[in-house]
Design a protein around this ligand. Structure first.
Ligand code: ZN
Length: 353
């Protein structure tokens, strides 16, 4: 897994800076200037240098034409670093058996959670099962004119690859029974990289909510800074008009100066805006993957003259049924429609018949 990073600027430089800082290396960004694009001056532990295949004090560059150790896309040090990241996000597996299932009223919950059109549930037969849930610890770093970090945890229901709402996930103070590495039930879990890729957009959205307060602070400072700039430059332009009254400048010189002032103003505004734009990066730092009890409810569905066995999943987190997985388009839906030939589809697929 390569981590989840959204950033303006060069995300590779950020990746390396964080990757090395996490591993007790000394990292010194060398800002873009006469020498060309950004690079990183570093000092690494011998073991880390060895794993990366570099010297112990490589200067990491991201433009292969620069002198130094190229660490950009396709480079060997980057490949090796990504392998290390894969190895080092700790993943623990366990079994939670103290989540209590409530077996009553499943038929009422089914009627509440789904709309059935041209089909009806007839008999329910609940069977206790174990489903995979992963608690992902993310590190959220928010950079504006300063950097703030927060740790977030999100619980992902792997069936449906859905992040559970805050407060409705795994219980706090979770104490799972560890599962041995050769436990056959581990196959119930999605590959970690797939899981992370699947939840990335919604994890970023969730982190965005967390970042909103910080963004408001930035917005407030931005409006103050813009107001100050406007005052300053309108004062400059007024002074220029004063000069004109004294006829010290020719009209052409005046225009040139005015244009220079306005161009400078636009540059400054751009600069202030880019400094106060929020860049948020979200990186997983630990995964706790547990099997937890749920009801797998076998339901006989009556669809016209047809009878069809179906399975619905009831989870204790939100005490409700998970949306139905349409067999035709793979979308999740809570509106199920029976078809003439006895299938159960989502409304969009049923309409296409
Ligand atoms: Zn469908």
């Amino acid at each position: 897994m390569s981590g989840i990073v959204t950033s303006a600027g060069n995300p590779l430089v950020r990746f390396w800076a964080e990757f090395l800082a996490d591993r007790q290396a000394v990292v010194e960004p060398v800002a873009a200037g006469a020498e060309g694009p950004d690079s990183l001056a570093t000092l690494l532990e011998p073991a880390l240098a060895n794993r990366l295949g570099t010297a112990e004090d490589p200067r990491l560059v991201f433009d292969a034409r620069q002198p130094g150790t190229f660490a950009g896309l396709g480079s060997e040090p980057l490949e090796r670093a990504l392998t290390l990241v894969d190895e080092t996000v700790p993943v623990a597996y366990g079994l939670v058996d103290d989540v209590h299932l409530r077996g009553k009223n499943l038929d009422q919950d089914l009627a509440r959670d789904f709309t059935f059109t041209r089909c009806q549930p007839a008999g329910l037969d609940p069977v206790s099962t174990l489903i995979p849930v992963t608690r992902i610890g993310f590190r959220l770093s928010m950079t504006g004119d300063e950097t703030r970090e927060r740790l977030l945890t999100m619980d992902v229901l792997e069936v449906g690859r859905r992040i559970l709402p805050p407060g409705r996930g795994l219980p706090d103070g979770l104490d799972p029974v560890p599962l041995p590495a050769d436990d056959p039930r581990l196959t119930a879990f999605l590959p970690a990289a797939d899981l992370l890729a699947a939840v990335e957009p919604s994890a970023l959205a969730r982190a965005g909510e967390e970042a909103r307060t910080f963004q408001q602070t930035l917005q407030h400072r931005l409006s103050l800074d813009l107001a100050r700039l406007e005052d300053y430059y309108s004062e400059l332009l007024r002074t220029l008009d004063g000069t004109r009254r004294r006829q010290a400048l020719t009209p052409a010189e005046r225009d040139a100066r005015r244009q220079a002032i306005e161009a400078d103003f636009r540059r400054q505004v751009e600069d202030v805006r880019s400094r106060s734009a929020l860049r948020a990066g979200l990186r997983p730092f630990a995964l706790l993957r547990v099997l937890t009890p749920a009801w797998r409810v076998r339901v006989t569905m009556r669809i016209g003259k047809h009878r069809r066995p179906e399975e619905f999943l009831w989870t204790p987190f939100e005490r409700r049924f998970e949306p139905y997985h349409c067999p035709a388009c793979a979308a999740f839906t809570t509106r199920i429609e029976g078809t003439r030939d006895g299938r159960l589809l989502c409304p969009a697929c049923a309409d296409r018949l």
